[in-house]
Design a binder for this molecule. Structure first.
Ligand code: ING
Length: 302
């Protein structure tokens, strides 16, 4: 998806999603992957004081009035889709805000939901910066873990944006036999907090997904929200990656663009059975620190 500006209505965005859905269907596509926070601009770039105003960026029902046409058209066309959105919900009497994604089957029924675990950025207002990254202010930490589901002839799972940079994300799903991970991302095209050469944005984006696809023997479909939203740039680079780590399709624009690939799960087996046969090679009695220590502590032998 190309840019969604702060003033763009959900209805105008859904009209664009419907166009892509129809184009996908005419190309024989069975599953369409839309980006993270697909329905609105990337609002965590804005400091918003008032919680009622913040809540206007969230969905209280899915589908809701603006998104129902998408669900109905997808069901009519018999095509499944992944959609990222900001979820406002009440759990055990408490209001919760999540950066959420769902997978809907070809029959129009919900297959599964995921809530983003790794929230990047900060919670305080950094008034000296040209833009913010306030996911730690606007969202609660996802509480669903990384579930996987039978779907689309394989085992499918999800993560969201920053999650893709953390190997733990992928290994949990890998240990559950995932064969296809679908994800969306909104990645600013500059690092506002310290100098970073521009080319590293796209390099790191593809590096983490290609290595994780290979190390866990899974297909990856990654969908960017790209382009300049009210002047603030988001990288593109949507891609489809095979379990070998090879990129088999890549977007070359920062606009609404469809890329497609045929997913052959046999390639998963080839990786899972040999190079990354977890049961044959992993030594979990040596991995304890990975889940017992949060931050690094210098701990040398000498
Ligand atoms: N965006 C960015 C991402 O993880 C980021 C934030 C960019 C973190 C670059 C670190 C380095 O792609 C979101 N929405 O997580």
């Amino acid at each position: 998806m190309g840019a969604i500006h702060r003033a763009d209505s959900r209805e105008s965005v859904v009209a664009r999603l419907l166009e892509l859905l129809r184009e996908a269907h005419s190309n024989g596509v069975e599953l369409v992957v839309f980006p993270e926070l697909t329905l609105t601009t990337f609002f965590p770039r804005w400091w918003i004081e008032d919680q009622d105003e913040i809540d206007t960026w969230f969905e209280t029902e899915m589908p809701g009035p603006a998104t129902r046409p998408l669900f109905e058209e997808a069901k009519k066309l018999g095509i499944g889709f992944h959609l990222g959105y900001a979820e406002l919900t009440v759990e055990n009497g408490a209001t919760r805000h999540y950066n959420t994604a769902i997978i809907v089957g070809k029959d129009g029924n919900l297959i599964g939901k995921y809530r983003k675990v790794h929230l990047p950025g900060h919670a305080e207002h950094r008034a000296d910066k040209p833009f913010q990254h306030l996911e730690k202010r606007y969202f609660d930490i996802g509480n669903l873990g990384w579930p996987v589901w039978k779907g689309f002839n394989g085992v499918v799972g999800m993560c969201i944006c920053n999650d893709r940079r953390w190997p733990e994300t992928w290994r949990v799903m890998g240990l559950k036999g995932v064969e296809l991970v679908v994800l969306g991302y909104n990645t600013p095209d500059s690092n506002v907090y310290h100098y970073e050469p521009v080319h590293l944005r796209q390099f790191h984006n593809h590096l983490v997904m290609q290595s994780s696809a290979y190390q866990n023997g899974t297909w990856v479909v990654a969908s960017a929200k790209a382009g300049r939203e009210d002047g603030f740039g988001l990288i593109g680079g949507s891609c489809i990656i095979a379990p070998t780590g090879e990129m088999v399709a890549k977007a070359n624009s920062e606009d609404d663009e469809l890329i497609t690939a045929t997913v052959d799960y046999a390639l998963c087996e080839y990786i899972k059975e040999h190079q990354f046969n977890f049961a044959a090679h992993r030594q979990i009695d040596q991995y304890g620190l990975i889940t017992s220590r949060t931050g690094a502590v210098v701990e040398t032998e000498n």
